[in-house]
Design a protein around this ligand. Structure first.
Ligand code: NAD
Ligand code: UDP
Length: 389
């Protein structure tokens, strides 16, 4: 384990060991953050979640070298009175808990709104009342659509950065109409951001808001029918991985023309680590965390993943590696999409000196190698059983 005494923050001050209440610690981001904190710091983590499959190697049971450093608390923050006690005992609360898969936003809008707004309220309240610092996970979706998306497709202004680059303190939040229930998530996240910001302004809450821009890597979501429901629809990385593992064509929703910037989870976790240990630089801030250099359309992502997976698995790609599907078929009524997501990096770079490093090709290689190793045998077994019966 790292020796805490030797470690300094960005201003040259020694970093004191913290006790951190991490809510949603059993999820994709939480699992990587727990690993990072256990490997490189002396902080203590209360890992709160309804399940712990992704952090089992850290908590079930905790290995001897982590004795006293991490404990798992299986609880649902919707209705568990133990939450307040954990927040009170910690120096810092990090809230990652959310329903955050687009397939849910238009099909389970009530659960989505409750999870992202109502269930987060007590967390904000306990932090504010007990003068505890809060790092809250929001989303790049609070920006919604770009200004440029309302111009005609070939309009020259669409190429001007003012019409698409997303800035924490300047860009508006542009959502579709209420019938487009896709925006239930973005809207709930926006309102909790405004509430946290207001707690900071009126009651002095020390907060940091994180807006992740498509963080991806190992352990993201689930593979339907293996470690998640067979009818479940995860985010795009897991959807495409699932198709590749099963040798099915990748499904491009509405032509795959939407653009995304993908950042490697391990780069992004570095940014969160800096926020945790540099409160003077992170408090009161909203941070975009993404990689503006890794922009692709969803179609280009599908092409890259197909090529990388062929190298990783040694299986040649299908003759028709992709098919088009309408968003109505794929997600149902009320789906809508963000057109383009380029994060402005000025604020995080100035406050924390952070920059993303890993190119898309490299992170896809690492991630698809993990997917292949983790899931290929299970899928083979499943598919041979299905064809035998
Ligand atoms: P995830 O679904 O893997 O993790 C969320 C975790 O929260 C899950 O383990 C879940 O069990 C837990 N949780 C949900 N409701 C809970 C409750 N009521 N009580 C206890 N635990 C509960 O998702 P993730 O990708 O790790 O995302 C974490 C946060 O980051 C979310 O707030 C999400 O909105 C935000 N975010 C992530 C991305 C990304 O690129 N991964 C992008 C935008 C926003
Ligand atoms: N998408 C797709 N095929 C899939 C899954 C997703 O074309 O099998 C598209 C989806 O419509 C969106 C993009 O991929 O344009 C990213 O989707 P994701 O679920 O990762 O989340 P988002 O970035 O929209 O929050």
């Amino acid at each position: 384990a790292a020796s805490a005494a030797a470690r300094l923050d960005l201003d040259g001050n020694p970093i004191a060991p913290l006790t951190i209440c991490m809510i949603g610690a059993g999820g994709f981001i939480g699992s990587h953050l727990c690993e990072k904190l256990m490997a490189e710091t002396a902080h203590v983590v209360y890992a709160v979640d309804v399940y712990c499959d992704k952090i089992r190697h850290l908590v079930d049971p905790a290995p001897p070298y982590l004795h006293g450093r991490i404990s798992f608390h299986r609880l649902n923050i919707k209705n568990d009175s133990r939450l307040e006690g954990l927040i009170k005992m910690a120096d810092l609360t990090i809230n990652l808990a959310a329903i955050c898969t687009p397939a849910d936003y238009n099909t389970r809008p009530l659960d989505t709104i409750y999870s992202n707004f109502i269930d987060a309220l007590p967390v904000v309240k306990y932090c504010s009342e007990n003068n505890k610092r809060l790092i809250h996970f929001s989303t790049c979706e609070v920006y919604g659509k770009t200004i440029g998306s309302f111009l005609p497709t070939d309009h020259p202004l669409r190429k001007e950065p003012e019409f698409y680059v997303l800035k924490e303190d300047e860009s508006p939040c542009i959502f579709g109409p209420i019938v487009k229930q896709r925006w239930s998530y973005a809207c709930a996240k926006q309102l909790i951001e405004r509430l946290i910001f207001a707690e900071g302004a009126e009651n002095g809450l020390e907060f940091t808001i994180v807006r992740p821009f498509n963080w991806i890597g190992p352990r993201m979501d689930f593979i339907p029918g293996v470690d998640g429901p067979s009818e479940g629809v995860p985010r795009v990385l897991a959807c495409f991985s699932n198709n590749l593992l099963r040798r099915e064509p990748l499904k491009l929703v509405d032509g795959g023309q939407s653009q995304r910037t993908f950042v490697y989870i391990k780069d992004a976790i570095e940014a969160v680590h800096l926020m945790i240990e540099n409160p003077a630089r992170a408090n009161g801030q909203i941070f975009n965390v993404g990689n503006p250099n890794n922009e692709v359309t969803v179609r280009q992502l599908a092409e890259m993943m197909t090529e990388v997976y062929a190298n990783v698995s040694g299986e040649p790609p299908l003759d028709e590696p992709m098919i088009d599907v309408s968003s109505k078929q794929f997600y149902g009524e009320g789906y809508d999409d963000s057109d383009k997501r380029i994060p402005d990096m000025t604020i995080i770079n100035k406050q924390l000196g952070w920059n993303p490093k890993t190119p898309l090709k490299d992170l896809l290689e690492t991630t698809l190698t993990y997917q292949h190793k983790t899931y290929k045998e299970a899928i083979k077994r499943q598919m041979s059983q299905a064809s035998a019966s």
